[in-house]
Design a protein around this ligand. Structure first.
Ligand code: HXC
Length: 520
């Protein structure tokens, strides 16, 4: 048996002791409070997030340097954040998880330095950065030093943007300026009931504007998923949120120089989908565009992003032939699929995210136009709609578009039309590609004729039908080469798969510039 007093043993015993103290975090009582609140600890979260046994923790013994307010007596190894790296589906990621059991996960300058260190590491090796946020914000006892720590993180978030994927899970409070770090990242996930995210809390709002609001209504998951659009994915609890991160990452490359990860698929690429031939109803009858999307992607799996926000457009990830694609689709179930301010912002952000991470775009078009309305105009639909136009035009990834029904006016051009560099444009025989709706067109150019008619309503109806037959079809656009193929809907999956395969080698560039000036 080893001599416990041997010098080597003493050193190891000391290490064991140090490790135990660090692993205890804020102590058993605080851990119990965390569990009672429906939250997991930082280390429990990391274990669920990463492949089993793959986590390597660094900076476990870092302590803060603050001596004010008696803080020299409150030093816990590791301080308020656990940092390191590990694997997700065998791929390297870096991770930081704020430890709420240590002074409410508040950010000391030492915590900030730990987070910055793993962010720098991620940039060096080209690995995604995953932040698990659960914090009372800047460590109040440290004053401006902890504020500076946040700014150091913001700078790295900005520099890493478009280089490595950045994912933020909000799993507890996240308030004040601290909210801006997640806001710069690519995806924000929130847990229902246990997380809040806001710049100014209810107390300050009451004092300044005399408005009453609860924390949950102000900055809970439902608020940000449905009203503000700040949150991309919600989950009932920590476990589900961490599982979402794993699936989300399965669609993303590790960095901007890599292709997104391919997976073997048992779903045949040339699978015909006969039910699609009758899937698009005539006229303006609503239907769920997700049914068409799910029918053509691998195994029917669409991983929707921003599902609860701006439901008139659907965005998300899927696979075709085992390779990830970004799906953008007008949704006729909501506002007849019109583009409005929120839909334009939602889709523009998603398109740019796919473009910076080399994910091909597949766009499903059924859009009667931009939503008319005083609110929309006053709200700046001109600038916001232009964001989507800009995003699609600027994107150099493979772009495949299918028009299922309506594609009217400016909205036709915006939705990844041939004119803004889409590579392969398909249309169903039911496609109506026109400068405006047939009714609108007839009211403008045949007004005099309608007014002169003995039965104006009947004359208008006849003229609308004439217009539809002549102009609102896919064939005029196909004659001009704006549509590459008009296909039977049943062939859509195989055509998408072949087009994406064809475009795998696509190389396209924008003119050299510092960066564009998207109408933000
Ligand atoms: C130091 C903090 C802290 C903070 C919480 N704690 N926030 N310590 N600095 N910012 C400590 C508490 O004192 C407590 O310690 C422990 O963490 C747990 O907090 P509780 O209040 O008991 O927990 P809970 O009831 O769940 O409430 C959580 C909370 C609340 C909502 C986050 O603690 C809170 O409102 N904290 C202050 C939030 C805040 O104003 N932060 C500064 C924002 S300014 P004990 O020892 O009692 O267990 C900011 C600027 C950033 O962040 C700017 C960046 C540019």
């Amino acid at each position: 048996m080893a001599d416990p007093t041997a010098p080597g043993r003493t050193a190891l015993a000391r290490l064991d002791d140090m490790n135990r103290r660090a692993l205890d975090g804020g102590g058993k009582e605080q851990l119990a409070r965390q569990h009672e609140a429906g939250k997991l600890s930082a280390r429990e979260r990391i274990d669920l997030l990463l492949d089993p046994g793959s986590f390597v923790e660094i900076d476990r013994f870092v302590v803060h340097r603050c001596a004010d307010f008696g803080m020299d007596r409150v030093k816990i190894p590791g301080d308020g954040v656990v940092t390191g790296w590990g694997l997700i589906d065998g791929r390297k990621v870096v991770v930081f998880a704020q430890d709420f059991t240590v002074l409410g996960g508040s950010l000391s300058s030492a915590c900030a330095a730990k987070i910055c260190k793993v962010m720098d590491l991620a940039m060096k090796i080209g690995a995604p950065i995953i932040g698990l946020n659960d914090s009372g914000g800047a460590r109040i006892q440290e004053g401006v030093e902890s504020l500076a720590g946040y700014a150091d993180i913001f700078l790295r978030n900005t520099l890493a943007s478009g280089v490595v994927p950045q994912i933020s899970a909000i799993l507890g409070p996240c308030a004040g300026g601290a909210a801006y770090a997640p806001a710069i990242t690519d995806f924000i996930l929130m847990t229902e009931r246990t997380s809040t995210l806001f710049v100014t809390g209810p107390e300050a709002i009451k004092a300044i504007t005399d408005e009453d609001v609860t924390r949950e209504d102000l900055g809970g998951a439902a608020t940000h998923a449905e009203r503000s659009g700040v949150c991309h994915l919600t989950a009932p609890d920590d476990r589900a949120s961490l599982a979402q991160i794993r699936e989300l990452l399965s669609f993303l490359p590790s960095n901007n120089t890599e292709a997104p990860p391919r997976r073997a698929s048992t779903d045949p690429e040339d699978r015909e989908v006969p039910e699609l031939d009758a899937a698009v109803p005539a006229g303006s009858r609503p239907y769920d565009i997700r049914q068409i999307v799910r029918a053509v992607v691998d195994d029917g799996r669409l991983f929707e992003i921003h599902e609860r926000f701006a439901r008139n457009i659907v965005v998300g990830f899927a696979r075709i032939g085992g390779s990830p694609v970004g799906v953008v689709a007008n949704q006729p179930l909501e506002l007849a699929g019109c583009l409005d301010i929120k839909a334009s912002i939602k889709a523009a952000r998603f398109v740019r995210c796919c473009d910076c991470f080399n994910i091909p775009l597949v766009t499903f078009v059924d859009v009667p136009g931009f939503l008319p309305g005083i609110d929309q105009e006053y709200g700046g639909i001109v600038a916001h709609g232009a964001k989507l136009l800009y995003a699609f035009a600027e994107a150099t990834v493979p772009k495949v578009t299918v028009i299922t029904r309506k594609a009217y006016g400016a909205a036709y051009e915006v939705m990844a039309s041939k004119h803004i560099r889409a590579d392969y444009n398909l249309a169903f025989p039911t496609a109506e590609i026109a400068v405006m709706s047939p009714e609108g067109a007839v009211d403008v150019v045949r007004r005099a004729e309608i007014q002169r008619a003995a039965d104006p309503a009947a004359a208008r109806a006849r003229l609308v039908e004439d217009y539809k037959a002549k102009f609102a079809t896919p064939y005029r656009a196909a004659e001009l080469g704006f549509i590459d193929e008009v296909i039977a809907p049943r062939m859509l999956r195989s055509r998408l798969a072949r087009a994406l395969d064809l475009l795998r080698a696509k190389r396209d560039k924008n003119p050299p510039k510092k960066h564009g000036n998207i109408p933000l």
